[in-house]
Design a protein around this ligand. Structure first.
Ligand code: GLU
Length: 483
């Protein structure tokens, strides 16, 4: 294992599939935080050797999302670096070379089975109730047979020769010590018949050549480690520290899935979850600052300061959307008004709101932001600023508007407002309290009909502020309708 005096080098090694999964973001974030915390380097490596999974534009999208969220790389496809290329598809010759070395050392071998033969083998194993794995039959081919097959141009793969009757042991920083008997480890394919390496070969070769000191990734990869260790050992390479972070779970404790909500980071960004919320919330999926620490809000700088692998939990982390909403609402409520306004413009525009008057938008936003779990809630919260007519939230509300006392209130208030030059929150309040004095109508009988007349709803932000934003003419219009 690496000792801790080495300069830390970590990598985020996605296979881009078109969108960024919440789990991927968490892996990327933990790597970034760990690198920054330790004064090390964060590397982006694109694992794109599976040609069947290639998606146009996926890498660009991934790089954009990472940039949006403030996750920076010291080396990678954009920055370059001394250990490139950082696309695995551009490193095929390198994998071939190490595969040849494994062959020469007797740690790998040629296998010529057709997929049909492999299917039959598996079927038989199933029938006999055995574990389905490659039965290692090509290990017994003689050198002459191999030479002849190659000469005849038979398609082949190269497989790892797993040493038999041994135990593999490793210490994972998060999971603790893990042991496994080699006899149940598959003779993994290292090089496919199309000449492309598998994940296992490429991953190990690159982690070594890129001088990675710590491998921080999702728990779903932990079962690959024994195979990797066999490759490291065969090539005489040092094994990086392993840290497998716990799964992210739905609330019913199943693995986070699309069926129970969004899993694409892009969807959350689009809905108006702020990037500060996302990094804060995601960091807490599996990590916490330690016992007795109550703090829940962390800026990126604070996360960097506090993040250590020792504080990553080993059991699954539940993704709680209610908590995400609460946290985003807190961020929105406390955000710099001008910056928030800029970010909110697309959502106003989406609601059909004229966005040239930014001051008006800012005013509205500051008024409604307590109600927003995400910026995408804006359209629902500004209908009464947009529509000419007010639509009642429910028909029952009509009775408050048609009551005799309400009519009196609307009439009196209209008189007062017509005399004003311009409506503002203060003179609106004064006008209403004069109406109260003069009519003797107060409390609910006074305020409720007014709110409903101006907004169509029983609840909402402070009415004087709403009146101010609606403006004198619109308020008079709305009151007139019920007089
Ligand atoms: N390419 C793998 C993935 O898609 C990388 C796993 C690892 O970090 O080793 O997540």
């Amino acid at each position: 294992m690496k000792n801790n005096n080495d300069v830390v080098r970590v990598r985020f090694a996605p296979s881009p599939t078109g969108f960024v999964h919440i789990g991927s973001l968490r892996t990327a974030l933990f790597n970034y935080l760990f690198a920054k915390h330790s004064g090390g380097k964060n590397i982006l490596r694109i694992e794109d050797t599976d040609q069947t999974r290639k998606v146009e534009g996926a890498v660009e999208n991934l790089i954009k999302v990472m940039g949006n969220l403030g996750i920076e790389f010291d080396e990678g496809p954009v920055q370059g670096g001394d250990y490139g290329p950082y696309y695995q598809s551009q490193r095929l010759g390198i994998y071939k070379k190490y595969c040849d070395e494994l062959l020469a050392k007797g740690s790998a071998y040629y296998a010529f089975e057709t997929s049909q033969e492999l299917d039959e083998m598996r079927k038989l194993q199933q029938l006999e109730g055995r574990q389905t794995m490659y039965d290692r039959r090509a290990r017994d081919l003689s050198e002459d047979e191999v030479r002849l097959n190659l000469k005849n141009g038979l398609p082949y793969v190269i497989r790892l020769k797993v040493p038999l009757n041994e135990e593999i042991r490793f210490d994972d920083v998060i999971k603790g010590t893990i042991k496994i008997e080699t006899n149940i480890i598959d003779d993994q394919v290292l090089l496919k018949s199309d000449g492309f390496p598998t994940y296992h070969l490429a991953n190990v070769v690159d982690d070594h050549l890129m001088k990675i000191t710590h491998i921080i990734r999702g728990e779903e990869w932990v079962t690959s480690v024994p195979k990797h260790i066999i490759i490291y050992n065969a090539l005489g390479w040092e094994i990086p520290q392993m840290a497998h972070v716990p799964l992210i779970l739905n609330r019913d404790k199943s693995k986070l899935s699309k069926r129970q909500g969004d899993v694409a980071v892009e969807d959350y960004l689009q809905k108006g979850y702020l990037k500060e919320t996302l990094t804060n919330f995601i960091a807490l999926l599996g990590w916490n600052p330690g016992e007795g620490e109550e703090q829940e809000f962390f800026s990126m700088e604070e996360l960097i300061k506090k993040f250590t692998l020792e504080k990553v939990q080993s059991s699954g982390a539940v993704f709680n959307v209610d908590k995400l909403n609460w946290m985003n609402n807190e961020y929105i409520k406390n955000y710099d008004p001008d910056k928030l306004t800029e970010m909110a413009l697309p959502y106003f525009s989406k609601a059909g709101f004229e966005i040239s008057d930014k001051d008006r938008i800012k005013k509205i936003l500051l008024l409604i932001r307590v109600y927003l779990n995400k910026l995408d809630d804006i359209p629902d919260n500004i209908v009464y600023f947009i529509k000419k007519e007010i639509e009642l939230e429910s028909e029952n509300l009509k009775e408050f508007l048609t009551a005799d006392s309400s009519k009196k209130v609307f009439e009196k208030l209209s008189e007062k407002i017509s005399l004003l030059d311009k409506l503002d929150p203060e003179n609106y309040k004064t006008a209403v309290s004069e109406v109260q004095k003069e009519t003797g109508i107060k409390g609910k009988a006074l305020f409720k009909p007014l709110r409903i007349a101006l907004t169509g709803s029983e609840n909402g932000p402070e009415l004087p502020m709403i009146a101010d934003i609606l403006g004198k003419e619109k308020v008079l219009d709305l009151l007139k309708r019920w007089i």
